[in-house]
Design a protein around this ligand. Structure first.
Ligand SMILES: [Zn+2]
Length: 320
């Protein structure tokens, strides 16, 4: 796989005699490039072996022979990162700094946005990266690193008190482990569809709406305003900007999805007279006409070999 290499000064030389057999997954609070530059900055006193971007790019900052400064544990029982506070038996049993025997992967993301859920490209890159790491560990250290939930772990398991949200509850541990072991990668959940609505739809809150799903009154300025559906749940939608749950019965998909009258539109005539006031014959009314020109309320139809007549806009219906 394609891995860009950089050298972070933030690391141990060697691993204090340990061999790595555990991969710790993390999430960043910033961008890929931001994370790389921070983790290479001596002032941060932090690093990771790898950083995986949302688009699947991977950069290595620390050699696997060296310990990165990413998920250190302390031997001091009063410390928040005391090894004895880990939920992982291996970390408690080893009674030393977890940076010595772990390999760390940072993932570009923001916990607040997606609770650690990787993008599809990022997930595929992480799967390939873990396969690569496993081969490297075998070559360098001569050990066959097991690929399971005891060896592919989250920072929150190493240090539950200081890092409860790293990488976040939506991180796809099981799927990644299955895929590394030869399983099939399933794409992330398709856009949710709820009746006629799906996430990303622009909707207008109906004027007749009265209450949010929480029971609170809907403010007047919200009625008739347009929002984007951020999330759907049964009979309700979470709307952008106001970030409130509204019943689906109280919203409608923007009318802008209806065809717009423009040059080239196909129309039928529903009125009975031309713009001149003359009566429209039946054969013209039964036909389909092409809009040639729009002049305010007057629309010229069929200038090129058609009826070549003006009709009022109100007397037309758009069919395509
Ligand atoms: Zn972390």
């Amino acid at each position: 796989m394609n891995i860009t290499k950089k050298n972070s000064p933030n690391k141990y030389n060697g691993r204090n005699g340990w061999k790595p057999d555990m991969i710790v997954c993390h999430i960043t609070e910033g961008s890929y490039n931001g994370a790389i530059s921070w983790l290479c900055n001596p002032a941060s006193k932090a690093s990771a072996h790898y950083v995986v971007a949302k688009d699947g790019r991977v950069t290595q900052l620390v050699d696997l022979r060296d310990g990165a400064w990413c998920n250190g544990t302390s031997t001091n029982p009063t410390s928040n990162v005391y090894y004895g506070k880990s939920t992982l038996k291996a970390v408690r049993d080893r009674k030393t700094n977890a940076n010595y025997y772990t390999i760390s992967i940072e993932h570009e993301g923001r916990w607040a946005e997606n609770k650690g859920k990787l993008t599809d490209a990022q997930k595929v890159a992480t799967i390939e990266l873990i396969k690569h790491i496993k081969r490297e560990v075998e070559t360098i250290f001569g050990i066959d690193m097991p690929i399971d939930r005891a060896h592919i772990v989250g920072h929150y398991e190493v240090s539950p008190i200081s890092k409860p949200n790293c990488p976040g509850g939506n991180f796809q541990f099981d799927e990644i482990i299955r895929a590394v072991c030869g399983g099939i990668v399933t794409p992330s959940t398709p856009p949710q569809i709820n009746g006629n609505f799906k996430v990303g739809d622009d909707v207008t809150v109906k004027r007749t709406a009265t209450k949010y799903a929480t029971g609170q009154n809907i403010a007047e300025f919200v009625k008739g305003s347009q929002y984007t559906i951020k999330e759907l749940k049964e009979d309700r939608a979470l709307l952008s900007n106001i970030m409130s749950w509204v019943y689906l019965k109280d919203v409608e998909v923007e009318a802008s999805s209806a065809p717009i009258l423009k040059e080239g539109s196909k129309v039928k005539i529903i009125g009975s007279t031309y713009a001149t006031g003359q009566t429209i014959p039946g054969w013209v009314k039964n036909g389909t006409h092409t809009v040639s020109k729009i002049s305010g309320e007057k629309i010229l139809l069929g200038a090129n070999g058609g009826i070549n007549s003006y009709v009022f806009k109100k007397d037309l219906t758009i069919i395509g």
